[in-house]
Design a protein around this ligand. Structure first.
Ligand code: AHR
Length: 333
C-alpha cells in the first residue's frame, strides 16, 4: 500500500470516529449524549400558570383539587388564578402570566371563542399554552394541545340513552350550562343530533342555569310553573349540579323525580350517581375532572421541548340504574 493510500485510510477513520461522537442528536431532552442530566428547562422545576373558570360546581372543585395536588406532588411552581366566572378576568390573567414569563400556561376557558389575541400574545412571548377541559375555536397553531372531554359525544350518549328508555317519545326541558362554553354548546349539539332521529322527541324549553345548583333549581321551578310545559316528561341538564337543583324543585312541587319526570345529565358526580341509585334520577354520562396528571405530563414535556398529542380526550363511563349502586362506592368526586 502506498503511503498516500495509508494516510487517506487513517483520515477516513478519524472522520468516522468524530462523526460518531457528535452525530447522535436523538437522545431524550434533559440528558446529555452520555446520559447524565443537563441543566435545560426539563431538569429545573417548571413554572406553570393555570387559569381556572371559577368555582361553579362540585366538578370544578374536584378539577381544582386535582390540578393543585398534582402540581404539589411534582414540585411544580403553580400560579393558580381563578377567572371567578368572568372572561375578562381570564384574559387579564393571561396578560399577567405572560408578563411573569411562566414556562407554560394552562387555560380552562369559560367561553369557546375570542381567545386569539391572548394566544397570539403568549406565542409572541414564546410561552406555550395548553387548553384544558373546554375546547376553543381558535386555530390549533395558537396552542400546543387540548386535554379534556368530548362534550359532543357526552350529549349524544345522554340523548341516545333517553331515546332507548322512552322508545323515542319524550317532551324534554333543557337546563343549559354557561352561555358560550364548549361544555354547553357541544353537549346541546350532541344531544340534539341524537334525538333528531326520533320524531317523538322534542326539546320544548331551554334556559341556562349557569352550571350551578341554585340556578338549576330556579330554572326548573319556572319550568314547573309554566302552563305551556305541562306535558314535559324529561329533564336534560348540562351538568349534575343543575340536575340536583332540578330534583329539589321537582320534589318541592310534589312530584317524584326519576319517575314522574326522567332526569338525565352529565358529569357522573357522586351525589348524582347516588340519586340514580336512590331512584330519583336516571342517567349521567361521566365527564372526568381529574385532569391534573395528564395536564402536567403535557406541561413537563412541552417545557422540555418535546412533542405532545394535539388532542387528548378522557375515557368516560355512563351511569344508570344498572350500575349506580356499585359505582357510587368508588366515586372520588
Ligand atoms: O367544563 C366542564 C363542566 O364545567 C362540567 O360539566 C361542569 O360541571 C363544570 O362546571
Amino acid at each position: 500500500m502506498s503511503t498516500q493510500r495509508l494516510l487517506h485510510g487513517v483520515c477516513l477513520a478519524v472522520v468516522a470516529l468524530a462523526l460518531a461522537a457528535c452525530g447522535d442528536n436523538t437522545q431524550p431532552a434533559g440528558s446529555s449524549p452520555t446520559g447524565s442530566p443537563t441543566t435545560n428547562a426539563a431538569s429545573k422545576p417548571i413554572n406553570v400558570g393555570f387559569i381556572q373558570t371559577g368555582s361553579e360546581s362540585a366538578w370544578r372543585a374536584a378539577n381544582t383539587n386535582s390540578v393543585k395536588s398534582e402540581a404539589e406532588k411534582r414540585g411544580i411552581k403553580l400560579n393558580f388564578i381563578s377567572g371567578e366566572g368572568s372572561v375578562d378576568k381570564q384574559r387579564a390573567a393571561m396578560s399577567t402570566l405572560i408578563a411573569q414569563g411562566v414556562d407554560v400556561i394552562i387555560l380552562d376557558p369559560l367561553q369557546n371563542f375570542g381567545w386569539d389575541p391572548s394566544l397570539k400574545a403568549a406565542k409572541n412571548a414564546n410561552i406555550p399554552v395548553i387548553i384544558a377541559d373546554r375546547a376553543i375555536d381558535s386555530s390549533p397553531d395558537l396552542y400546543v394541545c387540548f386535554i379534556g372531554s368530548n362534550f359532543d359525544e357526552e350529549g349524544q350518549r345522554v340523548g341516545e340513552w333517553l331515546a332507548k328508555k322512552t322508545d323515542g317519545k319524550a317532551q324534554i326541558v333543557e337546563i343549559e350550562g354557561q352561555n358560550g362554553s364548549a361544555a354547553a354548546v357541544d353537549r346541546k349539539k350532541g344531544f340534539e343530533e341524537a334525538i333528531a332521529k326520533y320524531p317523538g322527541m322534542k326539546v320544548i324549553a331551554s334556559k341556562s342555569g349557569e352550571f350551578e345548583t341554585a340556578q338549576g333549581k330556579q330554572v326548573m321551578e319556572a319550568f314547573l310553573k309554566n302552563p305551556d310545559l305541562k306535558g314535559m316528561t324529561a329533564v336534560f341538564a348540562h351538568n349534575d349540579d343543575m340536575a340536583l337543583g332540578a330534583i329539589q324543585a321537582i320534589k318541592e312541587a310534589g312530584k317524584q323525580p326519576g319517575k314522574d319526570l326522567l332526569i338525565v345529565s352529565v358529569d357522573g358526580e357522586k351525589a348524582m350517581v347516588q340519586a340514580i341509585a336512590n331512584g330519583e334520577a336516571n342517567c349521567t354520562v361521566e365527564c372526568k375532572p381529574l385532569l391534573g396528571p395528564a395536564l402536567f405530563d403535557a406541561a413537563e414535556k412541552v417545557a422540555a421541548g418535546q412533542k405532545v398529542e394535539a388532542k387528548q380526550y378522557s375515557k368516560e363511563e355512563l351511569f344508570d340504574s344498572s350500575n349506580a349502586a356499585q359505582a357510587v362506592k368508588e366515586r372520588q368526586y
